[in-house]
Write a protein that binds this ligand. Structure first.
Ligand code: ADP
Length: 473
């Protein structure tokens, strides 16, 4: 009587490796031998991470298997054994299978080590979640990107790093995938906002792959921090927008310059004529005033879009400070504003365009004046800081509310009824063209400080030089 060869069931208990924590059944059929079911087990972790599937131990019951190898295997790990050692441990027909299996497992292990090396050390964050959105895989890139260690992240819900409402969007995608198995989400780059441990939110690009292991679905997301890319993208967008706005502004400025000149001129002429009564004269002087305000605005707008090239030469920046101050002397006095000058360190001569830096200072003084309608104090401090000459203009005015501080260098941003919102944008461009910068600081309740920096040594203009990080801008 011939009987079908009965499969030999071998359970090998291995320690440690995560891949074998998910119960895997590998049927091998070797020519001339009955098939073998190999059941790999991870040792039950002392504190199993929630979400990890560990094969239930009852399966290990000796009666279910022809051979259970543990003990040494358990402590040393199978791939540490050579096929010869396996031969010494096990005799009989199982030895042949096992030798082959060990070879295959060693290859598997090697492959897995290579893969996990790539995965773990990838600069991108690789995060695997199960169908319940529990994090079951987390590489070093993810540790760096999110600030949570692997131990902290494993077993946590995905919302740890993807805050609402983005998590809901993400969950929705996965739900749709689970329902339809349509791989619309898979392999595609999408953008999402994630959150670091310190609460900071940042943009990332994300793509998914899915794997089904023993009937369980695992989604692996490859995530890349695109903060810098996004900032660059925004800058490009901004400059494209500005170029378009710039052309329109230049055109309008050109068109209205002459009519304004005529209106203003006639108003001033009529003011001198004797036949008008007081009421008419008051109206005429308002026309003249408003027109000159408009002329100023037009000049500022033209300046913003068509500024003459910077002409630098060596000179004392403090001399330019004095000149600008002189222009404001009377106005400051009238507005009860005290001026204090502090020389923390003497400034050596530096290379700059005196006209343009003069314009920057005028703008800072004018803003300080407007920030102190009730009077106050302006402090002008000069110092050498690192590789730069620095001039700070501090006032005791209204200061910068956080929602204002983030926008003050944006062209056309103004909180004033008659402001153009171009002053600081022009100043920042001028400073950038000098290879320096302009930035603001506003400690709560203590007015505002605007600081210009000029490199002590001549540098090529830093295209789009931006202010230091800790400052607004
Ligand atoms: P404008 O003066 O035409 O508004 P600016 O670009 O010079 O344009 O300034 C933009 C905005 O920055 C101002 O409207 C104001 O809200 C803010 N700001 C500038 N300087 C100061 C300052 N010294 N104190 C408080 N706020 C300021």
């Amino acid at each position: 009587m011939t009987t079908e060869p009965k499969p030999i069931r071998i359970a090998i208990v291995l320690n440690g490796q995560e891949f074998i924590c998910h119960a895997v059944t590998l049927p091998f059929s070797l020519e001339g031998y009955p098939p073998v079911d190999l059941v790999l087990y991870g040792r039950q972790p002392e504190a199993p991470a929630p979400g990890l599937t560990v094969n239930p131990l009852p399966d290990l019951h000796p009666e279910g298997f022809d051979l259970i190898l543990d003990g040494q295997f358990m402590t040393a790990g199978l791939p540490d054994f050579s096929p010869e050692q396996v031969g010494n441990l096990v005799t009989g027909p199982a030895a042949r299978y096992l030798k082959t299996l060990v070879c295959q497992l060693q290859e598997l292990r090697q492959e897995q080590e290579i893969n996990s090396g790539i995965t773990m050390s990838a600069a991108d964050a690789l995060i695997t979640i199960n169908a319940d959105h529990v994090i079951v895989g987390y590489n070093r890139g993810a540790e760096q990107m999110f600030g949570y260690t692997r131990a902290e992240a494993l077993g946590q819900d995905l919302k740890l790093i993807i805050p609402p409402p983005y998590k809901e969007v993400h969950v929705d995608y996965l739900r749709r995938y689970l329902a339809t198995r349509e791989a619309r989400v898979l392999g595609r780059q999408r953008r999402l906002t994630a959150r670091r441990r310190d609460g900071q939110e940042f943009p990332l690009s994300i793509s998914f792959s899915v794997a089904e292991i023993q009937g369980n679905l695992y989604f692996t997301a490859i995530m890349r921090d695109i903060t810098e890319y996004k900032a660059m993208e925004d800058r490009v967008l901004q400059s494209e927008r500005l170029a378009a706005v710039g052309n329109t502004v230049a055109h309008i400025a050109h068109e209205i310059k002459n009519p304004l000149l005529i209106i203003g001129g006639f108003a001033r002429q009529l003011l001198k004529a004797p036949e008008f009564d007081d009421q008419a004269r008051r109206k005429l002087s308002i026309i003249a005033e408003e027109v000159s305000h408009l002329e100023e605005m037009v000049a500022e707008m033209r300046d913003f879009v068509r500024r003459p090239p910077t002409q630098k030469r060596q000179g004392q920046i403090t001399a330019v400070v004095e000149e600008a101050l002189e222009l404001f002397q009377d106005t400051f006095r009238e507005h009860h504003i005290k001026v204090r000058q502090v020389e923390e360190t003497p400034l050596p001569p530096v290379s700059f365009d005196p006209k343009q830096v003069h314009q920057v200072l005028i703008n800072l003084f004018k803003n300080a004046l407007e920030a102190m309608p009730e009077g106050g104090e302006i402090t002008i401090t000069s110092r050498v800081k690192g590789a730069n000459a620095e001039i700070s203009v501090s006032d005791t005015g209204v200061g910068l509310a956080p929602e204002v501080a983030g926008n003050i260098f944006q062209p056309y941003f103004t909180t004033k009824t008659k402001g153009t919102g171009l002053g600081l944008a022009i100043c920042q461009n001028i400073m950038a063209e000098h290879g320096g910068c302009l930035f603001a600081d506003s400690p709560p309740g203590r007015g505002a400080t605007f600081t210009i920096q000029l490199p002590l040594k001549e540098t090529s203009p830093a295209a789009g030089a931006s202010p230091p990080e800790e400052n607004h801008g």
